[in-house]
Design a protein around this ligand. Sequence first.
Ligand code: 5AD
Ligand code: SF4
Length: 351
Amino acid sequence: MAVFNQKINRNCHQYAEWDREKIADFLNNRDPDQSRSLFEAADYIRAESVGPEIHLRSLIEFSNYCRQNCNYCGLRSKNTGISRYRMTPEEIVAACREAADCGFKTVVLQSGEDPWYSVSRLREIVREIKKQCDVAVTLSCGEFTDSDYAILKEAGADRYLLKHETANPDLYGSLHPGMSLSRRLKCLEGLHHLGFQVGTGCIVGIPGQSYSDLADDILLFKKLQPEMVGIGPFIPHPDTPLAGYPPGNVETVLRMVALTRLVLPYALIPATTALGALDSGGQESALRAGANVLMVNVTPLKYRKLYEIYPSSDRVFRKDHVLGLRSQAEEFVRSLGREVAIGYGHWNPTK
Ligand code: 5AD
Ligand code: SF4
């Protein structure tokens, strides 16, 4: 066993040293034996650095209004084919209370870039949640100025998710009208300086993306050292300009997850919902290839179906009641021989 571990260990360090070309070549080849040894190495490093625990995060999608117009996303402002909703601050706090009562130690508040949810409204909500519930608060509400982020941190928010989506600046520009990768990276830098635990991530298989672009995503993770990294496949949405394109490749997503674990041993890496939406076994495979977080969508049922960034976003855990969702997720974790984490699940490199 010790010899076996030493061998895997050597193997793992080799991946983390790879340059752009080596990563791109590796992603480009679909040899199943190479996938197997990569996943084994990532699983080993995951076990060694962050252990058997899987963190369950409750996700509340509180508004599907968005002022941005990302070419891949169903919430883009030019999509008139969806009904828009906005939960009230009271509804949001009540949903957080319910999640906390059911055992969740983190609430992730996600929305489009909805100007109605100004930073002062968000501040009041975060304060209220922190007053009423024993939870860590993660925000995922898009781009703000650094002084706005500072207000949210002051109010008690612990973490912020803002995916860079793609490390190719030209591709970023063409997918996100009016936005830029450099602004995105400035936001991430500002968030880090303010003391947020920061999450970034990318979409795999977005039209126009090359394997070298994906290699750059991995190298960007290595450079930014985010605490959390979410990687999901592109899923075409029928009411967007990218409707006719094929979805991202599940195996490539898994390889990206595994490589990310090897460059960031202590990161919190979700088995993304997008992966589960594309392939029913996708989240399980990700959890066996380096991932250690599961997001459970606890948005009130009447709104859940309307948050359609891509089709059928809530296929995995579909119970109506939050308690049911929680037990379903716990059962899933145990069925993998892993443990449900009990703490807040902050990034913790000392474990
Ligand atoms: N396919 C995959 N991921 C998507 N996202 C939005 N639309 C899609 C899509 N069609 C992801 C982006 C964004 C998050 C809100 O959802 O990565 O950061
Ligand atoms: Fe809005 Fe985010 Fe969708 Fe872009 S990806 S349209 S910012 S919700």
